[in-house]
Ligand binder design. Structure first.
Ligand SMILES: *Cc1c(COP(=O)(O)O)cnc(C)c1O
Length: 281
């Protein structure tokens, strides 16, 4: 006899990790940085190594404080996770369960369908248009009373297409206020199209400020080059951030990752040069 597992997991594909990148290469599918970590980041992690016998600080006070200051938001709205993929799972878990729908364009970030199914919710995939762009009108038309969350991956992984700021605002404005719009900006630093002004190029933060139903996902994995340490952050409406903290697996973000994130925020000028190189390539 085999042990029973949840029958709804039959629909969950195993995550397929792409081939490892050769040394020094840019791997654009997962957008790992081709550069080794900055010496200042390595030093910060090394300094933290002496305390790995302790559990990490779950409240991640330094990195959350820095991010709140950087974006001018209440620290209570900022959450960290073991990569933004964990935060995507938290956001889904915060709002959707059995019988609820979570929408995203397809193709888009490979993890969305599995994360939605793992939460017991129903993925609703809206095909990209002929130019591989988000079909925002079709997405709006696909919203039902069951829809709890809509992901907009911007720029979109894997097509690299961008929803412009004005277009995105029109979309957000048309989405009912009881549906959370999550703008996944993992690639935002590599985008060179015109956007709102701000410390990052993406429109997400500005829309979060203007609308009560918008959350933004950022990661230290891509532009900041910390893919191996697993740390990302979300900025979400207060009630959503509170619910995220409930569904999060405790101690997911190590103090090593927190220290590396803080050191990376200190080294943004250096990192910006590297990002420009990757964009040029
Ligand atoms: C890489 C990626 C993520 C997740 O990255 P983490 O390493 O988990 O922070 C999330 N969304 C998109 C679109 C990505 O490309």
């Amino acid at each position: 006899m085999t042990l029973p597992t949840r029958s709804d997991l039959d629909a969950v594909p195993a995550y397929r990790q792409g081939r490892p990148a050769p040394a020094g290469a840019s791997k654009l599918s997962s957008n790992e940085s081709p550069h080794p970590p900055l010496p200042s980041v390595v030093a910060a992690v090394q300094q933290q190594l002496g305390s790995i016998h302790r559990y990490p600080r779950m409240s991640a006070p330094e990195v959350i404080g820095r991010l709140a200051e950087r974006y001018g938001v209440d620290p209570a709205l900022v959450t960290v996770g073991a990569g933004s993929v964990e935060l995507a799972a938290q956001l889904i878990g915060a709002v959707a369960g059995a019988g609820d729908e979570v929408m995203f364009a397809w193709r888009s970030f490979e993890a969305y369908p599995s994360l939605v199914r793992i939460a017991g919710a129903t993925p609703v995939e809206v095909p990209l248009d002929a130019d591989h762009r988000h079909d925002l009108d079709a997405m709006l038309a696909a919203i039902t009373p069951r829809t709890r969350l809509v992901f907009v991956c911007n720029p979109n992984n894997p097509t690299g297409t961008v929803v412009g700021a004005a277009e995105l605002e029109r979309f957000v404005d048309a989405v009912p206020r009881d549906v959370l719009v999550v703008i996944d900006e993992a690639y935002v630093h590599f985008d060179r199209s015109e956007y709102f002004d701000g410390p990052d190029r993406g429109a997400g933060l500005e829309l979060h400020r203007r609308y009560p139903h918008v959350a933004v996902l950022h990661t230290f994995s891509k532009a900041y080059g910390l893919a191996g340490l697993r740390i990302g952050y979300a900025i979400a409406p207060a009630e959503i951030a509170d619910a995220q903290r409930k569904v999060a697996v405790p101690f997911g973000v190590t103090d090593l990752a927190q220290a590396a994130a803080v050191a990376s925020l200190d080294a943004e000028a250096e990192l910006a040069i590297r990002i420009d190189e990757v964009v040029a390539e």
